[in-house]
Design a protein around this ligand. Structure first.
Ligand code: NAD
Length: 476
């Protein structure tokens, strides 16, 4: 019998008032894993009221108390890591070796947020005007409405709720309608650690539960990780109530290989960076720009590497690439690939779905695209890369920047001047040299341009979830 999930409000699992459910699928098989409520306006209101009531107490806890609670939650996640990794792999299709590693990273993220809660900084108190003492208070905002995508459900949940709760806010999280299972497990793990109402979950659709959360007058900040389309819609809605926003949106990372790069490393990382989580990663290497004099050798090595990549059952320990999230998403990916072919591009590898149950798309390498093509400009969010030659350093930077997204980028070179110039010129929130995909708890992750604003991770994420107050006192 298929398990029917409940939502998490005020420290308890309860039925949704909507009595409507979505089937939650395993993308590797197409089988139903569970059913999750499609929450409505009333569900969202109940969750927000619970978070608003809890805020009255939670805001008065000390940073040390909040830190202790989050450290306990991190320990509990660590103790349940195996179950969480399996659940994430079943619901997302991320190969188990990567889910396992990701849970370790998430535990580290949460421990970092717990520590950072005690170390927020600001200007010194003092007399900036004679006989007037100024000081800065940094305060939580209230209820935060957090909305997460399906590609890394638990990591995105932690990146949203960790800094918000550490800073003294309370949260209503809406995970993606496709992947709510690990977030609901996280709620279960939080019982007895976080007081009732500090962390609540509503499940369901963006246009209903998500939009209601952003609209709710008691929600003081909306934080989204998702597409530009959702970000733009949320920004319009939030404008009505002048809510603070935090938007981590799409990406289309360039991967620039100069002729002095370590070829073996660059080939490996272009594929690893592109096909991790089947390319369903906002930092995925998607546009591979290769200097003309090494182009032929590079793509020959890349294609042979891609064709040897183990694609298949994500539960097997040596699988490197699993399925994509859904049939609809597979069709979207294939549509973009076929339109690229129709406009004259050449498929060097892949380019079609795999003949097996579930939603598997072959890792795909496309040559012959022009910079203006959809396949170069738009987020495919699947296992698809384009390879394009360039002549000069300036041309490479120009092509890399010629895109509406600005999240992550990488350059491959042994030349320090090239690397430094590129890190200055590239319009991306993250510029890696000779590496790709590496994120850290201590360093910010956030986009420029249409990839959004605000930072996840690092102390900057914590600052996002606070507001400042200038307190001034005159004395004689
Ligand atoms: P999506 O935008 O379709 O959905 C993201 C979340 O927003 C879901 O929970 C969805 O229900 C909700 N939502 C959608 N429309 C909404 C609306 N109008 N109002 C309120 N909520 C709404 O994105 P997705 O397909 O789940 O995830 C993939 C996208 O996320 C990609 O564009 C990817 O690049 C991006 N992403 C970005 C980062 C980052 O750090 N910048 C990380 C992961 C994913």
């Amino acid at each position: 019998m298929i398990q029917r999930k409940q939502i998490f409000i005020n420290g308890e699992f309860v039925d949704s008032l909507s009595e409507e459910y979505d089937s939650i699928l395993n993308p590797a098989t197409g089988e139903v894993l569970a059913e999750a409520p499609i929450c409505n306006k009333e569900d969202v209101d109940t969750a927000v009221q619970s978070a608003a009531a809890a805020f009255k107490t939670w805001r008065n806890t000390t940073p040390g108390e909040r830190s202790t609670a989050l450290l306990k939650l991190a320990d509990r996640i660590e103790a349940n890591a195996e179950e969480l990794a399996v659940l994430e792999t079943q619901n997302v299709g991320l190969p188990i070796q990567f889910s396992t590693h990701l849970i370790e990273f998430i535990v580290d993220n949460l421990r970092f947020f717990a520590s950072a809660a005690r170390l927020l900084q600001g200007p010194l108190s003092g007399e900036y005007m004679a006989q007037h003492t100024s000081m800065i208070r940094r305060e939580p905002l209230g209820v935060v409405g957090s909305i997460a995508p399906w590609n890394f459900p638990l990591a995105m949940a932690i990146w949203k709720i960790g800094p918000a709760i550490a800073a003294g806010n309370t949260v209503v999280l809406k995970p993606s309608e496709l992947t709510p299972l690990t977030a609901l497990k996280l709620a279960e793990l939080s019982v007895g650690i976080l007081p009732p109402g500090v962390f609540n979950i509503v499940t369901g659709h963006g246009t209903e539960a998500g939009a209601e959360l952003v609209r709710h007058p008691e929600v003081k900040m909306a934080a989204l990780t998702g597409s530009v389309r959702a970000g733009s819609s949320i920004a319009k809605e939030a404008a009505n109530s002048v809510k603070k926003l935090h938007l981590e949106l799409g990406g289309k990372a360039p991967f620039i290989v100069f002729d002095d790069a370590n070829m073996e490393e660059a080939v490996f990382w272009s594929a690893a960076g592109a096909f991790y989580n089947s390319g369903q990663d906002c930092t995925a290497a998607t546009r591979i720009y290769i200097q003309e004099n090494i182009y032929d050798e590079f793509i020959e090595r890349l294609v042979s590497f891609v064709e040897s990549t183990v694609v298949g059952d994500p539960m097997l320990p040596d699988t490197l690439v699993g399925p994509v999230i859904s049939e609809a998403h597979l069709q979207k990916i294939d549509g973009m690939v076929q339109r690229a072919v129709n406009s004259g591009c050449k498929i060097l590898s892949g380019g079609s779905r795999m003949d097996r149950p579930g939603f598997f798309y072959r890792p795909t390498v496309i040559a012959g695209a022009k910079q203006s093509y959809e396949i170069v400009q738009e987020e495919v969010f699947g296992p698809v890369i384009t390879v394009m030659p360039f002549e000069t350093d300036g041309e490479a930077i120009e092509m890399a920047n010629d895109c509406k997204y600005g999240l992550a980028s990488s350059v491959w070179t042994k030349n320090l001047d090239r690397a430094m110039r590129a890190s200055k010129e590239l319009e991306f929130g993250e510029v890696w040299t000779n590496t790709h995909l590496s994120l850290l708890s201590e360093m910010p992750h956030g986009g420029h341009k249409m990839s959004g604003y605000g930072s996840d991770l690092s102390v900057f994420a914590l600052e996002e979830y606070t507001r400042f107050k200038h307190v001034m006192m005159k004395f004689e």
